[in-house]
Design a protein around this ligand. Structure first.
Ligand code: 13P
Ligand code: SF4
Length: 328
């Protein structure tokens, strides 16, 4: 398949409409010894065809241990990059190369290197939602499910730079009371929620629990009954005795919540405008059709230089080792 087909960042190849894509994808997966890893924010069909669905930590753990020859990463670019860094000898595919991340984009490597040089006695902890170049400038990577434990594992007087998410950073700083300077980045999806509308909704449903991802702004986290990673939110919703939840994170998660708990009601937290902005436009670029073409033609592929892989791998491995020690 020539590069011209990839000019849009995905394989724009017409698909025979009579094909059962679920069947075809499963067939290709077996033939090629491929595994599909999907994030909870992917569209429902992609979650249903995936071999493994998870949060960022679980997906990186799966990537690190897979025996597959090909990893199709149904998520965004930094996630597929992380898989490539962990498995440089495997072919890592991303259905649409345009699937970026506003949070990762908010932290350009040159600006971050400058920021880092101003705090020479600080240790750098970066949220996994960043580019491979930022990972290479980092001491330890974290995700929303292990950030607090990773920070707590450091000596009490250790000064920390936390990048790139200022909301997660502020939340962890408040919980751990550590000396942390924050990079001023954020996620466009988690900053869109309206506190006023959430409170109004909560008044209409006083029996509902408000559950929120720590990428949300502090004011939203203040009113949350539970704060956690996507996996944390799912587990809380399953185990809680409550029957109604107002969910302040990307709407893709509602698919698994509803599947796990068909008798419970999950209400997406309202955004501060009238559009469906709590859908991540990057995550939702992947479609079943793009995933099929990607697996069939083995493109678009993630490629990184050996040198970058070597430098970006160390802080990810540190995270995986610490997470195993924490029993995560
Ligand atoms: P987690 O699934 O690790 O909670 O991350 C959420 C997210 O924003 C991914 O882009
Ligand atoms: Fe990035 Fe936010 Fe989309 Fe996650 S939800 S991929 S952090 S823009």
């Amino acid at each position: 398949m020539g590069d011209d087909f990839l000019s849009k960042g995905f394989l724009d190849v017409p698909i025979d409409l009579s094909l059962d894509l679920f069947q075809e994808i499963n067939k290709l997966k077996k033939e090629k010894n491929a595994v599909i890893l999907a994030h909870y924010y992917q569209e429902a069909d992609i979650q249903d065809i995936a071999d493994f669905i998870g949060d960022s930590l679980a997906l990186s753990q799966q990537a690190a241990k897979t025996n597959a020859d090909i990893i199709v990463f149904a998520g965004v670019h930094f996630m597929a990059e992380t898989a490539k860094i962990l498995c440089p000898d495997k072919k890592v595919l991303l259905p649409d190369l345009n699937a970026g991340c506003s949070l990762a984009d908010s932290c350009p490597a040159d600006k971050f290197a400058e920021f880092k040089s101003k705090h020479p006695d600080h240790l750098v902890i970066s949220y996994i939602n960043c580019s491979a170049e930022i990972k290479a400038l980092t001491d330890i990577i974290c995700t929303s499910s292990n950030a607090e434990k990773i920070v707590e594992s450091l000596p009490k007087d250790q000064k920390i730079i936390f990048a790139p998410d200022k909301n997660l950073g502020a939340y962890i700083r408040k919980k751990t009371r550590r000396d942390m300077v924050l990079w001023d980045g954020s996620c466009m999806v988690h900053e869109i929620f309206s506190l006023e509308k959430i409170i109004k909704l909560k008044n209409q449903h006083p029996d509902a629990k408000v559950i929120a991802h720590p990428e949300c702004e502090a004011a939203v986290l203040e009113v949350a009954d539970y704060i956690g990673s996507t996996s944390g939110l799912l587990t809380y919703a399953s185990k809680s005795g409550a029957k109604k939840f107002i969910v302040a994170t990307e709407t893709g998660i509602l698919h698994q919540m509803q599947k796990n708990c068909p008798d419970k009601l999950f209400i997406p937290a309202p955004p501060n405008n009238s559009c469906a902005c709590n859908d991540c436009p990057h995550m939702k670029l992947n479609t079943l059709e793009k995933l099929y073409n990607c697996l069939k033609f083995e493109q678009p592929e993630i490629n990184l230089s050996d040198d970058l892989i070597l430098r970006a791998k160390k802080p990810i491995i540190k995270m995986l080792v610490l997470s195993a020690q924490f029993g995560l």
